[in-house]
Ligand binder design. Structure first.
Ligand SMILES: Nc1ncnc2c1ncn2[C@@H]1O[C@H](COP(=O)(O)OP(=O)(O)OP(=O)(O)O)[C@@H](O)[C@H]1O
Ligand SMILES: CC(C)(CO)[C@@H](O)C(=O)[O-]
Ligand code: BAL
Length: 279
């Protein structure tokens, strides 16, 4: 497994893959890898001939009040897991290589950035879109795998690649869950023992709301009851909503045609949990 820490060596490595006729899949991550990330690597291996994983904790997507400095890092553990998963190349640039002094260009996506995480984390999607655009251009991968766990991010990145005519296919990968239903996330490690026991209630509550709505219950009361149930269990919900799957526009009634999603964000102690499921 090749490890590249500067752009020149990444370009040399991807050029030799292309020269050998190999198609490259990219898996963008911020490290502290778990089985959710490894599912993206497996999906990348299925979709292409070689897989590159990027590990970069992107300062541009954290705002001033957020957890950049305490974001979990585990370089040694990550490299061991990637090697075992059959990853071919790891791109782990230092911040100065990604954003050299004088960097002044950002990518601003409208549409699916509106609301939800866009409201909760001002500037977040500008940082995500900018770094993903750079990663796509740096790697010149043909496929990039993204987890459905970050549903709004997946829609934003797909929109950006389409709008900028970047020749890359965005490959959505289903959310990997713990046996009790909790979506895997690097931040789960910060849950207290008690909060970890409560955490799966988020998925259970969303699942119940989804089946009620699918069975014809009015959307408003189903969502309101779910938010109340989360509060009663000790969550501080930011939102729990029914949306159009691709645009993230809120729905107050079932959509006659086209996919719908329940999306939610809720704090438990200091940890903000995100999840979403289809309806
Ligand atoms: N449980 C999961 N199942 C599938 N994909 C996942 C899962 N968790 C993360 N991913 C995907 O892995 C990629 C990298 O995500 P990231 O490094 O932010 O991990 P994370 O566990 O989501 O961390 P965080 O705690 O910051 O949310 C993203 O495309 C994300 O959607
Ligand atoms: C896509 C990503 C790697 C961009 O920094 C990040 O937002 C993440 O880990 O989901
Ligand atoms: N998983 C999305 C990246 C972030 O929380 O900043």
């Amino acid at each position: 497994m090749l490890i590249c820490r500067d752009l020149a060596s990444l370009r040399a490595a991807t050029a030799s893959l292309r020269a050998a006729g190999k198609r490259l899949a990219l898996v963008p991550t911020m490290g502290a890898l778990h089985d959710g990330h490894l599912a993206l690597v497996a999906a990348g291996r299925q979709a292409a001939d070689a897989v590159a994983t990027s590990i970069f904790v992107n300062p541009l997507q954290f705002n001033a009040n957020e957890d950049l400095s305490r974001y979990p890092r585990d370089e040694e553990g990550d490299l061991g897991k990637l090697q075992a998963a059959g990853c071919d190349l790891v791109w782990m640039p230092p911040v100065e290589a990604m954003y050299p002094p004088g960097s002044a260009t950002v990518i601003e996506v409208a549409g699916p950035t509106a609301g939800w995480e866009g409201d909760a984390r001002p500037g977040h999607f500008r940082g995500v879109a900018t770094v993903c655009c750079k990663l796509f251009l740096q790697s010149q991968a043909e496929v990039a795998a993204f987890g459905e766990k970050d549903w709004q991010q997946l829609q934003v990145v797909t929109r950006m690649a389409t709008d900028l005519d970047i020749p890359i296919r965005i490959l959505p990968v289903p959310t990997v869950r713990e046996p009790d239903g909790l979506a895997m996330s690097s931040r789960n490690r910060f849950l207290s023992v008690e909060d970890r026991a409560t955490a799966p209630v988020l998925y259970r509550t969303m699942t119940r709301a989804a089946s009620e709505i699918a069975a014809g219950r009015a959307v408003g009361p189903a969502l309101a009851d779910s938010i109340e149930a989360l509060r009663d269990t000790g969550f501080a919900p930011d939102y729990l909503a029914l949306v159009e799957a691709e645009t993230l526009k809120p729905l107050t009634a079932r959509r006659p045609g086209g996919p719908m999603r329940i999306i939610a964000a809720a704090r438990l102690g200091t940890v903000r949990l995100l999840d979403n499921i289809p309806v």
